[in-house]
Design a protein around this ligand. Sequence first.
Ligand SMILES: Cc1cc2nc3c(=O)[nH]c(=O)nc-3n(C[C@H](O)[C@H](O)[C@H](O)COP(=O)(O)OP(=O)(O)OC[C@H]3O[C@@H](n4cnc5c(N)ncnc54)[C@H](O)[C@@H]3O)c2cc1C
Ligand code: FES
Length: 507
Amino acid sequence: MADQQTSPAGPDLSLGVVLSEFSGAILLGHVGDEDVLLVRSGSEIFAIDAHCSHYHGPLAEGLVVGESIRCPWHHACFDLRTGEAARAPALNSLAVWKVEHEGDRIFVRQKREQPKPRVEGVVDAPARIVIVGGGAAGFAAAEMLRRQDYRGSIVMLSNEAAAPVDRPNLSKDYLAGSAPEDWLPLRAEEFYADAGIDLRLGTEAASIDTRARDVVLADGKTIPYDRLLLATGAEPVRLPFPGADQPHVHVLRSLADCRAIIASASGARRAVVIGASFIGLEAAAALRARDIEVHVVGLEQRPMERVLGQEMGDFVRALHEEHGVIFHLGDTVTSIDGKRATLRSGGVIEADVVVVGVGVRPRLALAEKAGLAIDRGVAVDAYLETSIPGIYAAGDIARWPDAHSGQAIRVEHWVVAERQGQTAARNMLGQREVFDAVPFFWSQHYDVPINYVGHAEKWDEIAVDGSIAARDCLLRYKISGRVLAVASIYRDVASLEAELAMERATR
Ligand SMILES: Cc1cc2nc3c(=O)[nH]c(=O)nc-3n(C[C@H](O)[C@H](O)[C@H](O)COP(=O)(O)OP(=O)(O)OC[C@H]3O[C@@H](n4cnc5c(N)ncnc54)[C@H](O)[C@@H]3O)c2cc1C
Ligand code: FES
């Protein structure tokens, strides 16, 4: 999704607004050429930047909850008093403005000095925190540690060559060629030095000595820790068919993977995407944007059916077909000989580039070797602590007790990983914060965003509100009448309300 710049909208707030004319919760206006929101919360009125610091989402279309506002696009949340990005995926705070009352008018003329975020009382400040993983959870944890005023040492190990990037973009705008590479880093290079985060790229953590409290690197060096966060993410599944190791056959997880796909795609006429789920279909859409003929080969009968159900699956298929994607469902690739990809059904597709997007496996080797409790992921408690005190896990590897579904679940979602990183950070500092965020993910297909809150591995009913075909719908996934999850297209407020209802049901 592109960062959209808009021209100032609504009334000029520096000229004042008559209080009686501001009857709702949110009023979009501007001060000079900056869009500013007036937000009513209880008896107070706040003024805050109007666009989300994640992808510039329109907060005027969001939801006010207490003294916060939630973004309609990917459910970030901002504190109205301080502007702090209280919930990922936004990490940067927003400017807050001074609200002046004069007679029956309110005026907004200048920004307030950015108040410091509210920091909880730190009861325990370990000297050395080590984070293994330079992805969503690892980065969000490091950033949160510094936001919490943590002054001790942070070492962040990543075996990737690049500093943490906006991974979701790798199958969307960046792969499509519509986002420049400088949009990808989660923070500029100098952030790490400025924040005193010792980011070590190209560094493999080989094992953990839990007695000595050392992380042992592949080169034998050791890094001592008082608290350790494992955020090693997941590894794309590689199919073992003959020819899978050729240079034009790719998986997609890292920036390096994405650059390699883009290099193979340049001048390519035809692509085969293996896998008809999220990564595969987003990659298919991105390659179509490069005017490449795209064939999607998938074992399933309907794309995304397992997660979104039949009707949504049919819609997603039709949407991609409208954009020229050719599906080969109930089928798979059995070998690739040069450019010739042979299908199990017997067909052959000549492809210049192949993307394999058939799912991921959590990277558990470190945790297993260290003797941490494993349960189809790293088992953590409600505080994200593993079976060994002082070692936490977050993101794609972590299986946590989810209060909403009542099950121990592990999900592979960007926002969940970041929020877990943030909770783990606070807990490594001695706070006892239960991780109770409602899982959220989004997926983008051409101009159609699909938002999903909650978690439903199975359901006995899907109640559809609105029209999927008209791209205006809300689907409730239920078991015995209880809503476990909600998927939506262009029903952003309803999606935010569903998230809030799920939160309130368990608190
Ligand atoms: C292309 C793509 C698009 C996606 N789009 C979406 C989306 O639209 N919405 C959504 O909700 N989710 C999306 N996801 C999923 C989302 O990116 C993941 O859920 C999220 O990145 C998980 O965060 P993490 O920190 O657990 O793992 P990661 O972000 O994968 O980070 C793990 C890090 O650990 C490093 N590491 C692993 N082992 C070691 C080791 N032994 N030593 C040192 N470093 C190590 C890895 O190299 C990596 O840097 C997408 C994923 C991909 C790949
Ligand atoms: S644009 Fe606001 S959360 Fe993504």
